[in-house]
Design a protein around this ligand. Structure first.
Ligand code: PLP
Length: 416
């Protein structure tokens, strides 16, 4: 099955008991067994079965099978949020004294997790420019355990050379994690370019309707756990083979951290997934048209969209995403005042902190998701004061363009 079919049929065809054609919502905390031995056998791993929804749930399991299939992975664990997915992965791998290397132009919440929260536990984070592949190699030392990138940095919109970074990680026996939130498996399957672990915030394009927070971790099967520096997982690999990392998470880290999704939210993710392929086509189409319109507008100072033919990342966009630049773009009108006036003046687009909704969304990153970073840190991340981030929706393009046209005019009213 190809991607546009897997989003609808992957991992769940019908409920075996009732024939229900959409996954039933198993809204239960726990699972009852007739005998003490049955439950004891499940706890001891001697028999399969559900124990408690914090560890596994049948609705969520349907979502996990579908996401694993979409990413071509050996398995998946769905989480309560994208942050819970990333937290589970790093807490499952790192110890005090370890280091990680991350692209610096990524989601502010992930950066804060790495720099602030992991920093409190003695893990050091080194920031590199995703566009400059050499910087990854230079930032690695004997304590480095993992490299983290986003397929397209949110909001820097830079595209790492994923196969080249994968080679660097591979040669150093370092785990390579790719956040595929903004491109989704419709535009790229990072496994094919060397990613070891793929993470998602399913709250975005996968859900697609702004109705549920969620995340996912997929082990692509590329990493050889029996050879890595992660001692406990190496040990598990003797029995669990390629499933060692997911078993380590499921039975320990994910279980202990408690970041499981609500069954209802897993159901909403399955619903969203069904239309992901057609939505991504339209997001990409509208985003390219909007980027071109903004680029041709005399009041717009700059536009950043990797799908633009003159973007410095267009070559990588072609190689990695088949030339499609996704649904996110940023642009600038010159200063913060105009960015605010633009946002105050849009009528169709919504000013909110999310992306990947079917609706067009706008946001001023410097004063919202990056507000806790100093002006100097923001500068290093290229989060400028005049930056407006747009998550381009799937509305009729003429309506989006007309909305932007009138809002840009308002932003310059009285300024000549
Ligand atoms: C690329 C990316 N990864 C991860 C996250 C975190 O996801 P969540 O908000 O579901 O915790 C976000 C949120 O904006 C994101 O944009």
């Amino acid at each position: 099955m190809r991607t546009a079919t897997v989003v609808m049929h992957g991992g769940f065809e019908r409920d075996e008991e009732t024939g229900a054609s959409t996954p039933p919502i198993y809204q239960t905390v726990s699972y009852a067994y007739k005998t003490a031995k049955e439950l004891a056998d499940i706890f001891a791993g001697r028999a399969p079965g559900y124990i408690y929804t914090r560890i596994a749930n049948p609705t969520t399991y349907a979502l996990e099978r579908r996401l694993a299939q979409l990413e071509g992975g050996v398995g998946c664990i769905a989480t309560s949020s994208g942050m819970a997915a990333i937290t589970s992965v790093v807490m499952g791998l790192l110890r005090a004294g370890d280091e990680l290397v991350t692209a610096s132009g990524i989601f502010g919440g992930t950066l804060s997790l790495f720099v602030n929260t992991l920093g409190r536990f003695g893990v050091k984070t080194r920031l590199v420019d995703a566009g400059e592949t050499d910087q990854f190699a230079r930032a690695i030392n004997k304590n480095t355990k993992l490299i983290f990138v986003e397929t397209i940095g949110n909001p820097r919109m830079d595209v790492p050379d994923i196969p080249a970074v994968a080679r660097i990680a591979n040669e150093a026996n370092i785990l390579f994690i790719v956040d595929n939130t903004v491109t989704t498996p419709v535009l790229i399957k990072p496994k094919e370019f060397g990613a070891d672990i793929v993470v998602h915030s399913t709250s975005k394009f996968i859900n697609g309707h702004g109705t549920a927070i969620g995340g996912a971790i997929i082990d692509t099967g590329n990493y050889n756990w029996s050879k890595g520096p992660f001692k406990d997982i190496k040990h598990l690999a003797e029995r669990a083979g390629q499933l060692a990392f997911l078993a380590h998470l499921r039975n320990l880290i994910y279980r202990d951290l408690g970041g499981c999704p609500a069954p209802m939210n897993s159901f909403l993710m399955m619903q969203g997934l069904e239309t992901l392929a057609v939505r991504m086509d339209k997001h990409c189409d509208n985003a390219l048209r909007l980027a071109e319109y903004l680029q041709g507008h005399d009041k717009v100072r700059w536009v950043n969209y990797p799908g633009l033919a003159d973007s410095e990342f267009y070559g990588r966009t072609e190689k990695l995403f088949g030339g499609r630049g996704g649904g996110l773009l940023t642009f600038g009108l010159g200063d913060k005042d105009k960015a605010f006036k633009f946002i105050d003046s849009v009528r169709l687009a919504k000013n909110l902190a999310n992306l990947g909704d079917a609706k067009t969304l706008v946001l001023h990153p410097a004063s919202t998701i990056f507000h806790e970073f100093s002006a100097d840190q923001q500068k290093k991340m290229d989060v400028t004061d005049d930056m407006v981030r747009v998550s381009v929706g799937i509305e009729d393009f003429e309506d989006i363009r007309n909305d932007f046209k009138q809002a840009i005019e308002k932003a310059f009213e009285g300024k000549g």
